[in-house]
Design a protein. Structure first.
Length: 188
């Protein structure tokens, strides 16, 4: 996975949620304990955190900073922050060489950080759409790529449903909902 996948995921999030920016984003985001607004701000935070890791080549832990989206920021502007942070991650990934490594529970290559960013964006877009009552599923090709990179040991099946299952959002073919998971981004 690479910067183009991050760009596609963020563009999809903005495309599906922007028409609903005037709705009440204080609603609970799907099965999460967070509101839709908090979930969107969390996506921006994680995209920025991944960008920082890649840009710094941080090797043994997360850089000690956080993104704060000001309380009361309208959802449309929160989506603007997501877009900005997604572009920062894309830029960091594009600038990193294929041998670059940064820490995410071990040495992780740029492709791993791209997959992490795409997963975060798609799964939390799903959570927000559930909270706002929007009928939406993440794009199959991006889900398949995330599964191949981060969840190589999942059962076969429709990549959208399998990724939703692997991240604890749905049951899958009689398999109970997953309650904890580990993404295998580290390569070393």
């Amino acid at each position: 996975m690479d910067s183009r996948d991050v760009d596609r995921a963020v563009a999809e999030m903005v495309r599906v949620l922007t028409p609903h920016a005037s709705r009440d984003w204080r609603a609970r985001a799907g099965s999460l304990d967070w509101s839709c607004w908090t979930t969107a701000a969390h996506v921006a935070h994680d995209l920025l955190a991944y960008a920082g890791q890649v840009a710094a080549g941080a090797g043994d832990g997360y850089l000690p900073y956080d993104l704060v989206v000001r309380a009361g920021t309208p959802p449309r502007d929160v989506l603007g922050v997501v877009t900005a942070c997604g572009r920062l991650l894309s830029g960091a990934l594009s600038a990193a060489g294929p041998d670059a490594r940064a820490w995410h529970w071990g040495p992780t290559d740029p492709g791993g950080f791209a997959a992490l960013g795409v997963n975060e964006t798609l799964m939390h877009t799903y959570d927000i759409t559930q909270g706002l009552g929007i009928d939406w599923l993440p794009p199959g090709p991006l889900c398949a790529a995330v599964l191949a990179r981060l969840f190589p040991d999942v059962p076969p099946g429709d990549p959208v449903q399998v990724l939703l299952w692997a991240t604890g959002r749905v049951e899958l073919d009689g398999r109970p909902r997953v309650t904890s998971w580990f993404m295998k981004a580290a390569i070393g």
